[in-house]
Design a protein around this ligand. Structure first.
Ligand SMILES: [Zn+2]
Length: 416
């Protein structure tokens, strides 16, 4: 009698733990999976191999299920993006570990530990289960292999994979534009299906060219950022999807004359902007190229625009220079239309000024290394007093953005 009772009691405990652990797996709102960044050349099977997962249709399908939005139609993965592996992350509790594994998985606790030790040996995780208090279990080891995919809302921010600000921003409010300009109004669907990658020159540790006016330092990166935001805002209001490569969480669109300088800009993926020019540019073009691949199938047009001010000799007024990619007729055509649009505007607004702008190709990293049609615009000489007026007055910065927007509209929609 007594024996039976004990037995029952034991059963009760086993059953409860089973229910609890199963519930942990089933009811957890957010199942957590081990993630990894993609390296050049990575594919699904290579990744599975690296993490000691069997190349089975089960693992391949789970991987696809977990990363639906990040796999191209040809099953390619995107560089620098973060992918979930079919490996569940659970809290490691040394006391209940064995009973937990026995209740939820088809394999022995030792096999799970071996799997974890191997991840450490290969340097794929930083802390082992004892110090990190996490245990990793391949989904294929589990009795219950259903995957819960959260709606990834949390991933829009700072995951280092998607640019933070694009059309996904909620309720027509875009924080990137700052308080005064954060609310957008839908004006048209002209640019529906278009994707623009707007790259404001420099930022982070690199201020770009520096000019001086009334005791203030004018930094190229701040003024380029302001014009870039204004242009992007116009494009979004007219249906385009816009990715801003550089992001400053403190500075939205600003109406001040002298824009305070900072080095807080980051890539909008969350990555820091390197002090090394080559690294900085390579990172920027990698980000754009990865997105380009991602949207290639569905986008109507993908255009990248780099906006700079730059400096020449103080005396030299440079007007606006447009550069396009070598042998890129489309880019050249857009550049020419942008130039004539701005020329017309100047002729109307400042007759007799004698506006001079040029269109040419130039050996620049961003022109050579970004895949989409890319334009590079120098808005003027930040050291030239007459050019400075174009940047210091916010109305003028807005005017440039509006004219560039009009030029883009003409480039794509003007009947020839
Ligand atoms: Zn520059």
């Amino acid at each position: 009698m007594l024996k039976l009772k004990k037995h029952r009691y034991y059963y009760f405990i086993l059953l409860t733990t089973f229910v609890i652990f199963n519930n942990i797996l089933l009811c957890q709102k957010n199942q957590e999976f081990l993630t990894t960044k993609i390296k050049p050349g990575d594919g699904i099977t290579l990744l599975l191999q690296r993490f000691n997962l069997e190349i089975s249709s089960f693992n391949i399908n789970k991987f696809k299920e977990l990363n639906q939005k990040k796999i191209s139609s040809k099953e390619e993965l995107f560089l620098h993006h973060i992918y979930k592996l079919p490996i569940l992350t659970l809290d490691y509790d040394p006391i209940n570990f064995e009973s937990m594994i026995e209740s939820i998985s088809n394999v022995s606790p030792q096999k799970v530990l071996d799997f974890n030790n191997n991840l450490i040996e290969k340097g794929l995780i930083k802390k082992d289960y004892k110090s990190g208090k996490k245990i990793y279990i391949p989904l294929s080891f589990l009795k219950n292999q259903t995957v819960k995919i959260d709606d990834e809302k949390t991933e829009e921010f700072n995951t280092g994979e998607e640019l933070i600000y694009d059309l996904k921003e909620k309720k027509g409010e875009f924080k990137i534009f700052g308080e005064k300009y954060s609310r957008l109004t839908k004006k048209s669907s002209t640019f529906k299906g278009f994707i623009f990658y707007l790259v404001s020159g420099h930022g982070g540790p690199d201020p770009g060219a520096i000019g001086f006016k009334d005791g203030y330092e004018l930094h190229e990166d701040e003024y380029a950022y302001d014009v870039t935001l204004r242009l992007g805002r116009n494009l979004i209001e007219n249906g385009a999807k816009v990715f801003f490569l550089v992001y400053d969480k403190n500075d939205g669109i600003r109406d001040e004359k002298f824009l305070t300088t900072s080095s807080k800009e980051i890539f909008s993926t969350g990555d820091t902007i390197s002090i090394y020019q080559k690294e900085r540019l390579a990172k920027g073009s990698d980000i754009i190229n990865a997105l380009y691949e991602k949207y290639k199938k569905n986008a109507k047009e993908q255009i990248s625009i780099n906006i700079h001010l730059d400096s020449r000799e103080t005396k030299q007024k440079i007007d606006i220079f447009f550069y396009h990619q070598d042998n890129d007729k489309k880019g050249e055509n857009i550049a020419n239309i942008l130039l004539t649009t701005i020329k017309d505007k100047y002729d109307k607004n400042q007759p007799g000024r004698g506006y001079k702008g040029t269109v040419s190709t130039r050996n620049l990293f961003m022109l050579k290394n970004t895949i989409p049609t890319t334009l590079y615009i120098e808005l003027g000489n930040i050291q030239n007093e007459r050019d400075q007026i174009r940047f210091i007055e916010y109305n003028n910065r807005q005017a440039i953005a509006n004219w560039l927007f009009e030029g883009l509209k003409k480039s794509f929609f003007q009947k020839k």
